[in-house]
Design a protein around this ligand. Sequence first.
Ligand code: MIC
Ligand code: SF4
Length: 693
Amino acid sequence: MPFNLTQKILSAHLTDGQAVSGREVGIRIDQSLTQDATGTTAFLLLEAMDIPRVRTELSVSYVDHNMPQFGPENHNDHIYLQSVAARMGVYFSRPGNGICHQVHLERFARPGRTLLGSDSHTPTCGGMGMIAIGAGGLDVAVAMGGGAFYLAWPKVIGVELRGKLPPWVSAKDIILRVLSILTTKGNVGCVIEYFGPGVAGLSVPARATCTNMGAELGVTTSIFPADEVTRQFLAAQGRETQFTPLSADEGAAYDRLTKRLHKEKDKAVIDNINRFCTQVEIGKPDKDGFVEVSFGRIVLDLAELEPLAAAPSSPDNVVRVADIAGLKVNQVAIGSCTNSSVQDMSLCAAALHGRMVHPDVELAISPGSRQVLSMLAESGRLADMVAAGARILECACGPCIGQGFSPADGAVSLRTFNRNFAGRSGTEGDKIYLVSPETAIAAAIFGQVTDPRDLSNLLGFESAKIAPPGRFRVDDRMLIPPLPDSTGVEVIRGPTIVKPPAGQPPPDRLDGRVLIKVADKITTDHIMPAGTLLKYRSNVPQYADYVFNCFNEAGKPTFAQRALALKDAGRAGIVVAGDSYGQGSSREHAALCPMCLGVRAVIAKAIERMHQANLVNFAVLPLIFADPADYDRIQAGDDLLIADLRLAVESQEDATVKNATRNFEFPCKILLAPRQRKILSAGGLLAYTRKGP
Ligand code: MIC
Ligand code: SF4
């Protein structure tokens, strides 16, 4: 039977379970990555497992998120991470070396390997033909300790690429087109596999842009084949021996996807499905106007693609750049793990050469890595950027995670990043558009949204294509390799690094109160804000003061205060949510901090993959409304009871929840694999791992 590439790599790594769609399986993890904002907890938890040294083929600890260093917290984290990496046999990528995903792609990614990272954009390395998955830090810690990683055997959605991209249209436009079809909802448990004749025209960083932003679809990962382009990239990085050609077998099958969409409200999405997908079937509308739409693969003719943008405030709010042309722009930011390669940066520098950034625009550029920055410096491109008035930021996440460069009130900001969730930039009511480097640089020069296809005329140069470097500048001195023998290495823990609290086994009976009721598409940024609060990541009790901070109202008790009062009264906190709860990052603090405040259950219409796993890992019960209409019958402040909670967690597929305030009962589903039930019953993954299954 012919296999697709995802099936091939997963099957070769299978340690547990069967390859049946939706069934939980365990896979062996070859490589891991952590970054500082999730890494301190990951390593504190790894230490708590009493594992002397990591058992992966390769593990790398990056420092790229928490860089401003206001107060001692960030530097304490860096010192801890460096010392614990030395102790555990892990590579340490020093602050200044670059963004984890960009550096990993350059120096470590290998076709056919598995990579688990404590960051949702770990799938970036899928651009190299590997299965690269984002997960919570505790899952990564278990994998570093040699344990399997568990996931639902995925549905594999095929994206066939044909033709060649026109000038000034690029990879960002491909993934924005995919987002306009699949949206950020309803893709849990899928892998996106790219194939077809159009793949060969895309460089490895361009492929990585597509797989990176696959995270915004909520899929498990995305993958490209490993071909001649991959070989050339590896050779240019001095790593040709690590190349293996890999692709789907001839005639390999892909899965169909079914989505529940609203006939009117989701009309644009249904139109896109009709336009870009094969074998579309649309069911009859139900009483509320919802239809089941199912389809085969997505087919994109790259030659017909045009510049696109994700308008505020969701990555799937996709519009044509031509339709918003003329909109005044006040700020442009180029960088992030999505678009910060040498090619992306060189293209922007070429457009800026001999010109000035528009007087009404502030332009920030953060090269993705030290390799990128040094190559820009050597080629003179950096001088072009500086001469044009660009503000050069360090090689780190920076504005992408709200570490500075927040836009002014009402300002329009164009960014080459991957997320534009409301407020993530650090400005309430922000107007962030996600665009390609081509569209971003056009706006920086002209002060308004400009279709980059007009740039050939406006700037007088033919094409925007920058050839991939034949040789990258390889200098690994900022990557500290593992010591052959790390016994006796001292781990340095500054006072701001606090051991995370442990989870608790579920009580026999849940007696709780709804602390908050939130709407659809609540992201982990809503639950646990980053920005200036990121520095508290290593101190869970302190960071927990800011849970659901964006919903706190002046003069009223905060979420944390209400939750702690309930906890002190010996009762459980409950969160009620709509569809797609916990979108976005892998940050386990979005489970860990609410748990620390006494939250024991989340009841939602649907919960995203990484967040659901994090809830289970910290013994917070995820429950799904059996009838989504029950969501409307519950209010914040209602008292909810589950009589046989322990029994339900151990063995039942449904739980009956009694709303004692409004005097009615409603059913919820417990959609957990047997292993997850054991984890919850044990009080979380740490206790479960220590005890053994
Ligand atoms: C993000 O892009 O939101 C982050 C910051 O990289 C997160 C990780 C984190 O919260 O530390 C992610 O994507 O997982
Ligand atoms: Fe960093 Fe932004 Fe990428 Fe997250 S999405 S890893 S914050 S650059």
